[in-house]
Design a protein around this ligand. Structure first.
Ligand SMILES: [Zn+2]
Length: 90
């Protein structure tokens, strides 16, 4: 499953915000309530790197429910660089 962090700038009030969602959907401005502001950028957050003590864990979004994304541990690494290289290679 894909999981995105969408970045928005409202053309009406120039307000900035971001939302995490399963789609790169338009959203209503939380500052002035303008309708259907399209995201200007969407980052793929389907795989993220989390810390677990001194180790780094690559997590993957397996499905999205009404409560949000479900995460599954893919692999653990000793260094952040190794985890980043693993994510970049997939
Ligand atoms: Zn606005």
């Amino acid at each position: 499953m894909t999981w995105f962090r969408n970045h928005y700038v409202c053309t009406v009030c120039e307000g900035h915000w971001h939302l995490e969602a399963a789609e790169t959907d338009s959203a209503h401005c939380p500052h002035c309530r303008a309708y259907d502001v399209a995201p200007y950028r969407s980052d793929d957050f389907s795989r993220v790197i989390d810390r677990d003590g001194s180790r780094f864990v690559v997590m993957e979004c397996t499905k999205v429910t009404r409560r949000g994304p479900n995460w599954r541990v893919v692999k653990r690494f000793d260094t952040q660089d190794a985890a980043r290289a693993f994510v970049a290679a997939r």
